[in-house]
Design a protein around this ligand. Sequence first.
Ligand code: SF4
Length: 397
Amino acid sequence: TSAESVLIAQQSQDELYKVLHRNKSSAEQIVVVVSVSPQSRASLAAHFGLSTSDATSKLTAFFKNIGVHHVFDTGFSRAFSLLESQKEFVERYQRKEQDKKALPMLTSACPGWICYAEKTHGDFILPYISTTRSPQQVMGSLVKGYFAEQQNLTPKQIYHVTVMPCFDKKLEASRTDFIMKDTDTREVDCVITSGEVLKMLEQEGLSLNDVDPAPLDTLFSSVNGDELLRHAGSSSGGYLHHVYAHAAKQLFGVEVNDITYKTLKNKDFQEVTLEKDGTVFLRFAAAYGFRNIQNLVQKLKRGKSPYDFVEVMACPSGCVNGGGQLKPLPEKSNKELLQQVEDLYNAENTRLPEEEDRVTHLYRTWLHNVGEERARELLHTRYHGVEKVSNGLTVKW
Ligand code: SF4
């Protein structure tokens, strides 16, 4: 819609530059925080022929050199999204007999899919969608909540920017659900895409190769340099992988080490089942791209969906292939570039979210345990059906 176009236009590298310039000429400083997604660093690494860790440290230095105060990794906040999704799935599974819309649980980290679901299928589809926030919006909560507290700052004194593979993340950041009620500030003030970071480098007359590296920051003052955090599974966050392994263990006592996916109609529609002696205990799927999403929704409407959980992503091949990623150089095809970005993304070490000490520490001290009331308030959200009226669209709250 035109309102959405305005919101998208308001969030760009130009907005970030305005804040940085204001900081240079004013005594009153806004603390600028940039959180970089793993998919964006893989895209920039591929473009400049770097490893992802080199791209990350050079990107950190680039942002610091232009006046950014702290640079974080959204792989860290994704650990919270995965843990909350695991817990949410087990709860939904346990109430599936009483609540016919508890399953399948559909993931919610993709704003392209959420916009489509709200506008096109409204009240019917919303109960199926996971309430867990995306890694971007968990990072919003951590930066404007936990980090602000640690630094003795108010949320208004922080300008929080995320670097994402996707333009739709700008819309997500603008949702009223992610405005902190007491201070009237956005948890994520501005989203810039991987491609817009390239434009910033060009504007500064720089290649990432020429920038001297600097260590990534951490949300914890006691840890020097945040380690990159990637999770196993798809390049869209690995939701299916983690929720499946957790549910198999928690609900059926089955330890899953390796997951074998079965490709259905096309490579963007895959499923995995947990079965024993011909009985299927869990059936999970990944549905990427609108063709597969429409198929899934039609099945749901006809009461014919066999799934307990679906990782839904609007882009074919998922977030590594998002619309905000860098385009191939003339000598490379789209396919070759996508493969390279996927390889770089997968080359990072993976870690189980529950084994990450810093995450456990935050749950204990700040959130008071997975899925408990405070975690629910800070790490979950809600969705809104859209009602069509004669002169356009009206949001139902
Ligand atoms: Fe954005 Fe595409 Fe990823 Fe969805 S799948 S979050 S639209 S990049």
